[in-house]
Design a binder for this molecule. Structure first.
Ligand code: FAD
Length: 470
């Protein structure tokens, strides 16, 4: 068993710590933000977490996250539900679902606002033997042992603010989107990881609400609605709350008006399947987030690890535009993968551990990241075409099929389940299309459907509603 240092106590850092401590490793978590999770008071109001930009932005946990949590860390779900986390079945929100079928329970999830989610994970971590969490400790670099010569730099711990040295057999970087791991590696003489990065190009205008009646808004269609010039996310959450995010291209200047609450309200009001999500008490202003990066880092470059003794999990490894709500699920799968690799690889075999984790990451979770980028690139190009008043054209037959599936999911219960299976990360497209006749049904029902099958305004009507110029 190893002494493991996890950097960052966000969603993936805490999940990684829990999984590794359950296997008998001695885990220390260091987190830059000093504030402890509030006890008693609602974490939504009381917890300050400047280290996580998206702390008060909408989050939904996918059914796959719930399924993995049920299997691996069920007490997190119990604590989350006790704190008001919402257990709900996403299929119940879709109109064409037909009678309930065996297996539909796979679409169940447990979800909450981000501060509530994170405080549930933190509470379980605080009660778990083998985990120590130190908050208010900012890591500033990596440590190596100058006396030991290795083919690539071998990390033996980290340096924290105030000159503190923390030693470990393995350092797991979970510092999120803004992780400085690539610079820290360079500072110890390692090569930079193979890195791909770009602004994802989307901007989010989000608000949170609380029920006045005790009931959540009725789900009338997909939680992610695709319209001309705009996507809308309607996300149920804990304790009778929910959030709505209007998502546009950051190049679409006319949409910047949405940062004003009155114009935000006016925009939502013109979408018949989303307007009723405004019927509640507002518990936030319009939170705006832009400049979100798509980033991937490969820690084995040209066939060799860039360093040993350190791995990256969750957003520190790869992150994307969050519209598909996959970050926490992919991060959890990544953390489970690290736990599994450590079950079969001696942490003292440094080179083997680095290679095996890289191979596992490339095969098991990188395809999810690539697929998310594929969707986002098409969707952004489509939004940019809308703003330019042009139809979006692409030679990619997969995009046309994906639009056909979105449309057909509105009318056929089998396609609705297939579409939700993909969106929930419960299976990939090949597994879903293995169902006899499904691909043909999607083509038949969806190919000639309107480009935007959900009821909603044209761009011109939307701009008129918010008082923007074309
Ligand atoms: C707008 C938005 C909406 C999203 N919505 C969803 C959603 O609906 N569903 C979903 O699954 N995912 C969503 N995500 C993604 C999700 O938030 C991330 O995937 C998830 O937080 C990643 O967890 P993490 O632990 O890797 O990083 P984080 O949660 O970002 O945690 C990183 C931690 O590291 C700490 N840290 C950073 N630097 C240091 C340092 N030098 N020393 C010590 N500590 C440090 C930070 O303070 C922070 O606590 C969303 C993201 C955004 C931007």
């Amino acid at each position: 068993m190893a002494r493991i240092l996890v950097l960052g106590a966000g969603l993936c850092g805490l999940s990684t710590a829990l999984l590794l401590a359950r296997d008998g490793h001695e885990v220390t978590v260091v987190e830059r933000d000093p504030a402890e999770p509030p006890t008693g008071a609602q974490p939504w109001e009381a917890w300050q977490r400047p280290g996580v930009n998206q702390f008060r932005l909408p989050h939904l946990m996918l059914p796959r996250w719930r399924a993995e949590m049920d299997r691996e860390l069920p007490e997190v779900l119990r604590v989350l539900e006790a704190a008001g986390g919402l257990r709900t079945n996403l299929l119940a929100m879709l109109p064409p679902r037909g009678p309930w079928r065996d297996g539909d329970e796979r679409f169940e999830t447990v979800t909450a606002r981000r501060p509530v989610l994170e405080s549930a994970l933190a509470a379980v971590a605080a009660d778990t033997a083998g985990i120590t969490v130190h908050r208010g400790v900012a890591v500033t670099g990596l440590l190596t042992d100058p006396a030991t010569r290795t083919p690539v730099p071998h990390v033996t711990g980290v340096l924290a603010e105030g000159g503190r040295l923390l030693r470990a057999d393995l350092v797991v970087d979970c510092c999120g989107r803004r992780s400085a791991l690539a610079s820290w590696l360079q500072a110890i003489g390692a090569r930079r990881p193979a890195e791909e990065r770009a602004d994802c190009g989307f901007v989010y205008f989000a608000r949170h609400f609380r029920t006045r009646t005790g009931a959540l808004p009725e789900g009338r269609t997909n939680l992610l609605q695709r319209h001309e010039s705009m996507s809308i996310l309607t996300l149920p959450a804990d304790n009778g709350t929910w959030s709505v995010a209007l998502v546009t291209s950051s190049r679409d200047r006319s949409m910047r008006a949405l940062r004003e609450p009155a114009r935000w309200d006016a925009a939502l009001a013109v979408y018949p399947d989303a307007a009723h999500w405004r019927d509640g008490e507002t518990i936030s202003g319009v939170e705006v987030i832009a400049g979100i990066e798509d980033r991937y880092r490969g820690f084995v470059a040209d066939g060799r690890p860039v360093a040993t003794g350190v791995v990256a999990v969750g957003d520190s490894w790869a992150c994307t535009n969050p519209s598909l709500g996959r970050g926490a699920t992919i991060g959890l799968l990544h953390a489970i993968g690290l736990r599994d690799v450590l079950r079969t690889t001696d942490p003292d075999d440094h080179d083997k551990l680095a290679r095996r984790f890289h191979e596992w990451t490339s095969t098991a979770v990188q395809p999810l990241h690539r697929n998310t980028l594929w969707y986002d690139r098409h969707r952004l190009a489509e939004l940019d075409a809308d703003a330019a008043g042009l139809p979006y054209q692409t030679d990619d037959p997969k995009w046309a099929f994906s639009l056909a599936m979105f449309a057909a999911a509105r009318t056929h219960p089998d396609v609705a389940r297939a579409h939700l299976t993909l969106g929930s990360l419960l299976a990939d497209i090949d597994e879903v299309l293995a169902e006899p006749g499904l691909a043909a049904r999607i083509t038949e029902l969806g190919t000639h459907a309107p480009n935007h099958p959900l009821a909603g305004p044209s761009r011109r009507e939307l701009l008129a509603a918010i008082g923007g110029s074309p």
